[in-house]
Design a protein around this ligand. Sequence first.
Ligand code: ADP
Ligand code: MG
Length: 251
Amino acid sequence: MKIKMNSKDVNFWYGEKKALNDINLPIYENKITALIGPSGCGKSTFLRCLNRMNDLISGVKITGEITLDEKNIYDKDVDVVELRKRVGMVFQKPNPFPMSIYDNIAYGPRIHGIKEKKQLDEIVEWALKKSALWDDVKDDLKKSALKLSGGQQQRLCIARTIAVKPDVILMDEPCSALDPISTLKIEDLMVELKKEYTIVIVTHNMQQASRVSDYTGFFMLGDLVEFNKTDKLFVEPENKKTEDYISGRFG
Ligand code: ADP
Ligand code: MG
């Protein structure tokens, strides 16, 4: 099993405040890795380290190494735009651009130089099919994306992310603004997408982590308390703190 991304001794600070302590966590290719833990434990911070989204915040500092296919993404010669194309991100609240469904998906490919209409048409159709949205919207691609339901908007955001053909998809609580049926649709979609992509999902929903993920990392106060196969972590956790958390004793 290939390690697609790897985090080695990662420490992270917001100014004086330390948010991550010596995180060592492998991300396996074509698997879903879930990050769980109480609010404020550093899940989103860690996720954002994986495509350097934290670079956009001033006063932050990171030490250690995060590799993608064995290359440190914090090396000076790394093109961050290219990195974020390879490691895409889906956010908590669906955030389609205020434009048509078609243009939302064509946006990334256009930025990356694809101009020909036929080629864009193909990418739009492919991405919408992959994200299980094509049947809902195929007759209405010119409609504003903002007119879609919340669940459809989130699937559109996933389609937009895969349209630039990333290797890794990061999702930060992608279902927390959605109803249960839309949530299950997104979960099914993740399981489908892992055949071709490597997925990392932050969730505070432990049922969701146990339903969809192959590996789980449990964070607390900036520490990675336990990383294990999901089946193992939820059934026979190795750490007492993990056991307390998953049995609902805190958090
Ligand atoms: P989680 O996603 O697990 O809820 P976060 O990664 O968002 O946790 O936050 C980890 C810690 O870092 C928290 O104490 C939070 O208050 C702090 N933090 C998060 N974002 C910022 C920021 N932009 N500036 C300063 N502190 C932050
Ligand atoms: Mg968070």
